[in-house]
Design a protein around this ligand. Structure first.
Ligand SMILES: NC(=O)c1ccc[n+]([C@@H]2O[C@H](COP(=O)([O-])OP(=O)(O)OC[C@H]3O[C@@H](n4cnc5c(N)ncnc54)[C@H](OP(=O)(O)O)[C@@H]3O)[C@@H](O)[C@H]2O)c1
Length: 178
């Protein structure tokens, strides 16, 4: 059964990147490559990655090797260039594309890479099973938000890796306010 998992790093005040999309705050942190929540263990189960247009263009400009040769769906309204034959462009609700994502994942996980608005779109569509965050000991005050909506989650695991608090949550559904 395909799991939809939002795996990311965040500042303590809930930002994925600063206002200029810089990850300098992230690269300054210490992490143990084989420690809790490490990316290699997570990626070993991933069959598909999905991301928003800002994340895609940032990766192309700065870290092209973060685009492994697996099916990659980029949400955009723009006419972007595919980086390789594995990249497809989609728009609209994640639910409209679930069959395609599931088929491409073939039982493996879908990595929802972000940003936070897109992660919330997946959660709103009932297509986000888990949030796995590495929380850095830094605040930015403003930037690109970790999440774009109000949802209830349940903490399943919590650990330390280097400078980071590493936590895994199940997504329960829209936040109940009463
Ligand atoms: N800390 C980390 O580990 C981490 C992880 C992931 C990302 N990041 C960074 O965080 C930042 C996130 O940027 P962001 O907040 O702008 O989010 P984003 O999700 O990367 O990009 C948002 C854009 O995606 C497109 N989009 C989103 N939902 C869509 C939909 N349903 N249909 C069609 N297009 C849709 C829209 O672009 P258009 O309408 O313009 O096409 C929207 O402006 C980036 O700088 C990224 O590099 C950091």
């Amino acid at each position: 059964m395909t799991r939809y998992r939002y795996y990311t790093a965040t500042t303590l005040d809930g930002f994925l990147a600063d206002d200029a999309d810089s990850l300098a705050w992230l690269f300054a942190q210490h992490i143990e490559e084989d420690g809790p929540g490490n990316s290699a263990t997570f990626i070993a189960d991933v069959g598909v990655q999905v991301m928003g247009a800002t994340t895609y263009t940032w990766i192309l400009e700065h870290e092209r090797d973060w685009l492994p040769e697996i099916p990659t769906f980029v949400f955009t309204h723009r006419d972007l260039e595919p980086a390789n034959e594995h990249v497809s462009f989609v728009a609209g609700s994640p639910a409209d594309h679930r069959a395609a994502f599931d088929a491409a994942a073939d039982g493996r996980d879908v990595w929802v890479m972000g940003g936070g608005g897109l992660a919330a779109e997946f959660a709103a569509a009932g297509m986000l099973d888990e949030v796995l965050v590495s929380i850095a000991p830094v605040t930015l005050g403003s930037g690109k938000p970790l999440f774009g909506g109000a949802f209830d989650l349940a903490l399943q695991e919590c650990d330390r890796n280097g400078d980071f608090v590493v936590a895994r949550y199940d997504v329960l559904g829209p936040l109940k306010t009463s």
